[in-house]
Design a protein around this ligand. Structure first.
Ligand SMILES: [Fe+2]
Length: 134
């Protein structure tokens, strides 16, 4: 799996959210890197922790910002986040407690979800958020 570049198409034009998405890409790239290198489980665990923690921080921030601008689809957006968090926790448990490998299949799933979410769902709130900030 090649590195995950935070190219122009992922920019929403909201500096705080863009910076957080860029950080998510960075953390995801660290995960690709340790997986490629065949790093020890402990090291992979640390990177997974960092990514999972940051996903939580980012989603909370985004939901707060959407609430702040009275975004119509907040509940739907929140449900998408919650669903993703549940799946991430399941992978994390399987990896951490049941001795399963963090497979490329999981990494592809995580990456695809993030890409689709930013390009489709997140893009839908851009106008509402920009409107609330002027
Ligand atoms: Fe989102």
């Amino acid at each position: 799996m090649e590195r995950f570049e935070f190219t122009e198409e992922y920019h929403l034009g909201l500096p705080d959210i863009d910076a957080q998405h860029a950080r998510l890409f960075d953390l995801f790239n660290s995960l690709i890197e340790v997986e490629k290198r065949g790093a020890a489980r402990e090291e992979i665990c640390l990177v997974v922790d960092e990514l999972v923690d940051y996903i939580d921080v980012h989603f909370k921030y985004e939901e707060w910002a959407l609430h702040d601008c009275a975004y119509d689809n907040l509940e739907e957006h929140r449900a998408k986040h919650a669903d993703f968090v549940r799946q991430t926790i399941d992978f994390d448990k399987a990896f951490r407690h049941h001795g399963e490998d963090l497979s490329w299949e999981i990494l592809y799933f995580l990456r695809q979800w993030l890409v689709d979410h930013i390009l489709v769902e997140d893009r839908q709130y851009v106008e509402a958020m920009k409107g609330a900030r002027v």
